[in-house]
Ligand binder design. Structure first.
Ligand code: UDP
Length: 343
């Protein structure tokens, strides 16, 4: 890239934020990270700095605090924001809906408000495959219908997509891309950054790695009586580094003026369904260990199967998932060993 552009990354100390920050810097972008460490740690940014070999511009800012956010816009000239900052625990969102609507929507609207006020054009929003719900046709394309959300968390993703669409339609110069993530897993190959779940992990791969580390006794596989080849759920597990590169491709597209409409949506997955049981077996083989697991009841709210049609992202973003699943599963274990000081 000839002239470096700057990207504001909210929630940049989180799992997806750290990997994306690395990918952006490696692609030649300057990055300003903001985070309030509500579900992340400052040490995550140390990992980013070690990987890229330089300091990262950072502000401890809560995006719900519009005054503090305005200060960031006054101090830094960027055209693009990637908005990751959000709560993400589906179960908790059912118990505390207001906490989720308040945090996830207020922070997001503050960011949009500032983009408008400071005439900064490009917004990249982290959406989720959860918007497809229990899809009738698989794989899902971006045109597949969204299903009514089954949790406040999922609902914030749908509402936020709609808000972005409406802003792009209404405000001159506003451009938006929503990336619908499938199941991001794994860690940076350096094992210097990765996922840091607090408490008992909800997600499959952190639960697997914590079980392998002896922190959890046994993995429960939720349901083996689904109408799928081995009875366990099918998901589209996407390597976190591939996912991070999709953000770079989307930012490139926005800043190079290649968008065909002012609001675009892309699926970010591999296009390959993998069952829970297969993932467990692959994890064991890739890392040469045995994982204690048992079959348990279905988890409420889980859909039997969802995976991505990635044709649009492949063609329009010029991006595709590349990393081998076994390498990804090795990276997940390397990261767990790193944070637990296991040899
Ligand atoms: N899963 C499981 N045991 C766990 C956690 C998850 O069997 O301890 C299953 C879950 O039922 C789903 C898949 O793993 O079929 C992926 O779940 P995750 O929570 O990682 O992502 P989701 O697809 O729900 O967003």
């Amino acid at each position: 890239m000839d002239s470096k552009k700057t990207v504001l990354v909210s929630g940049g100390a989180g799992y997806i934020g750290t990997h994306t920050t690395v990918a952006l810097i490696e692609a030649g972008y300057d990055v300003v990270v903001i985070d309030n460490f509500s579900n992340s740690e400052a040490s995550a940014l140390d990992g980013v700095e070690k990987i890229v070999g330089r300091k990262v511009v950072f502000g401890e800012i809560d995006t719900c605090d519009i005054k503090a956010l305005r200060g960031v816009f006054e101090r830094h000239a960027f055209d693009t924001v990637i908005h990751f900052a959000a709560y993400k625990a589906v179960g908790e969102s059912m118990d505390e809906p207001l906490k989720y609507y308040q945090n996830n929507l207020v922070s997001y609207m503050n960011v949009l408000e500032m983009m408008k006020e400071f005439k900064r054009p490009n917004v990249l929003f982290s959406s989720s495959a959860t918007v497809y719900g229990n899809a009738e046709e698989l794989p899902v394309t971006e045109e597949s219908p969204r299903q009514p959300a089954t949790s406040p968390y999922g609902n914030t993703k749908q509402i936020a997509e709609d808000i972005l669409r409406d802003c792009c339609a209404a405000y001159e110069g506003f451009r938006g891309i929503a990336l619908r993530y499938f199941n991001p897993i794994g860690a940076h190959p350096s094992a210097l950054i990765g996922e840091l779940p607090s408490g008992v992990p909800n997600n499959l791969v952190p639960f697997i790695t914590q079980t392998a580390a002896g922190i959890r006794q046994s993995l429960s596989i939720f349901g083996n009586d689904y109408n799928t080849p081995d009875g366990t759920c099918l998901r589209d597990y996407i390597d976190i580094n591939d996912l991070a590169r999709a953000h770079v491709a989307a930012v490139d597209r926005m800043t190079d003026g290649r968008m065909q409409t002012r609001y675009e949506i892309f699926n970010v997955g591999t296009g390959r369904p993998v069952s829970v049981l297969e993932l467990v077996t692959r994890f064991e083989k890739a890392n040469g260990l045995k994982l204690p697991y048992r079959f348990a009841e279905r988890r409420s709210g889980d859909v039997p199967a969802v995976w991505a049609d990635t044709a649009r992202a492949n063609k329009e973003l010029g991006w595709k998932a590349e990393r081998d699943l076994d390498d990804t599963l090795r990276s997940a274990w390397e990261w767990e060993k790193h944070i637990r000081h296991i040899q």
